[in-house]
Design a protein around this ligand. Structure first.
Ligand SMILES: Nc1ncnc2c1ncn2[C@@H]1O[C@H](COP(=O)(O)OP(=O)(O)OP(=O)(O)O)[C@@H](O)[C@H]1O
Ligand SMILES: [Mg+2]
Length: 369
């Protein structure tokens, strides 16, 4: 089995893979939008394709669905090569970002459509449609037309329509992006519950890191047609393989530093330590804002495992749930976040403090990464 040729540390090969993408390339004319993509997904796994706009998420999803043919490479499901198989022969359920419901049909007919195409009996169709609408809690709206539904309800019809054919793989392209924050939260939980109940292998496209972190078994972080890293939400967040992953998933400070021959890292006139191994020379140091502690008196006792650095407060920003303290350290800006419940009045720009954080929370990357 092929292993991932990726920049990051995550290896995308898994035991007993169900969906396999091997050496996938996609060119539009001369422009390569997907380059040598290798990915394996386990049966029953919910995997997110996460990345900024234009990185190739939809293209990848559509190649899995068979709506786009790869320029090179192979796609297999359960050991069967489907690379040249038409979409209807692949047994996949697809939910697009725009719901793409038939406007003139009722909710029930929209959901029944795929079953009618497959020539099932009326009785079978009726039972399956009722079950699928039950899953998304829409039985009571079966007789409505799409225009008589809210965005969230339409999205649930689209989901029921994809689930009703009992596909072997469920493909979701930004299914929640048109919903407001509260509905998005509810739908996340609902999709995850249904996915786990049915044990359905699912590929979920999103550019929202919270969605990817909170719903998925593993995340594939993509950038410019390449995979940057594949890993569990915890691995991606706590051990980002590249500076891009560190700043795309979660927030982080980016501070220029220099790694010395003895392994220490200089930031201005201070020295810190990190568990990352990088070559001596210019480096980028990253620390998440909420992992930094502020010692306003500069006298708190610290363990051996903490980095400590003297800093001067330059600005305070109130952001509701959190308060952000902007510090200057020899010309570099450190942002520190605290829950507002802990925030104290009486700190003014110019105030001196000592910032500290765990060595293991210090990500260091070479300047060329
Ligand atoms: N039919 C096409 N012809 C030429 N280029 C295309 C075509 N479809 C997509 N692209 C290009 O391929 C790249 C990847 O597009 P894709 O739709 O996969 O991105 P995406 O990650 O889904 O982005 P978004 O988050 O904005 O939906 C983009 O640069 C896009 O402009
Ligand atoms: Mg897209």
């Amino acid at each position: 089995m092929m292993h991932q040729t990726i920049k990051g540390s995550g290896v995308a090969a898994v035991k007993d893979p169900y969906l396999c993408l091997e050496g996938i390339n996609k060119k539009y004319g001369l422009i390569e939008v997907i380059s040598n993509l290798n990915l394996e997904v386990r049966k029953g796994e919910l995997i997110a394709l996460l990345g900024p706009s234009g990185c190739g998420k939809t293209t990848t999803l559509r190649m899995i669905a068979g709506l786009i043919t790869p320029t090179a490479g192979r796609i297999a499901v359960g050991g069967r090569d489907v690379t040249r198989i038409a979409p209807h022969g692949r047994d996949m359920g697809l939910v697009f970002q725009s719901y793409a419901l038939f406007p003139h049909m009722t909710v029930a007919r929209n959901v029944a459509f795929g079953l009618e195409m497959r020539g099932l009996s009326r009785a079978e169709i009726g039972a399956k449609v009722t079950r699928a609408l039950g899953m998304v809690q829409l039985e009571h709206l079966a007789g409505r037309k799409p225009r008589e539904l809210s965005g969230g309800q339409q999205q649930r019809v689209a989901l029921a329509r994809a689930l009703v054919i009992e596909p072997s793989i469920l493909l979701l392209d930004e299914p929640l992006s048109n919903l407001d924050a509260k509905l998005r939260d509810e739908m996340r939980t609902q999709i995850r519950d249904i996915q786990q109940q049915l044990g359905i292998t699912t590929v979920f496209v999103t550019h929202d890191q919270v969605e990817a972190l909170s719903m998925c078994d593993r995340i594939v972080v993509m950038k410019g047609g390449l995979i940057e890293q594949v890993g569990t939400p915890h691995e991606i967040y706590e051990h980002p393989a590249t500076p891009f992953v560190a700043s795309f998933v979660g927030r982080t400070n980016r501070i220029k530093g220099v790694r010395n021959a003895d392994g220490s890292i200089g930031i201005g006139s201070s020295l810190i330590r990190s568990a990352s191994s990088v070559k001596p020379g210019d480096v980028m140091v990253m620390v998440r804002p909420h992992r930094i502690r502020i010692d306003w008196s500069g006298t708190e006792r610290q363990g051996e495992t903490a980095n400590r650095i003297a800093a001067s407060l330059s600005r305070i920003t109130f952001v509701g749930d959190v308060i952000q303290y902007h510090f200057d350290v020899d010309g570099s800006e450190f942002i520190v976040e605290e829950s507002t419940i802990k925030s104290q009045a009486g700190h003014h720009p110019g105030k001196q403090a000592v910032l500290s954080w765990a060595v293991e929370d210090t990500f260091v990357f070479g300047a060329d990464q």
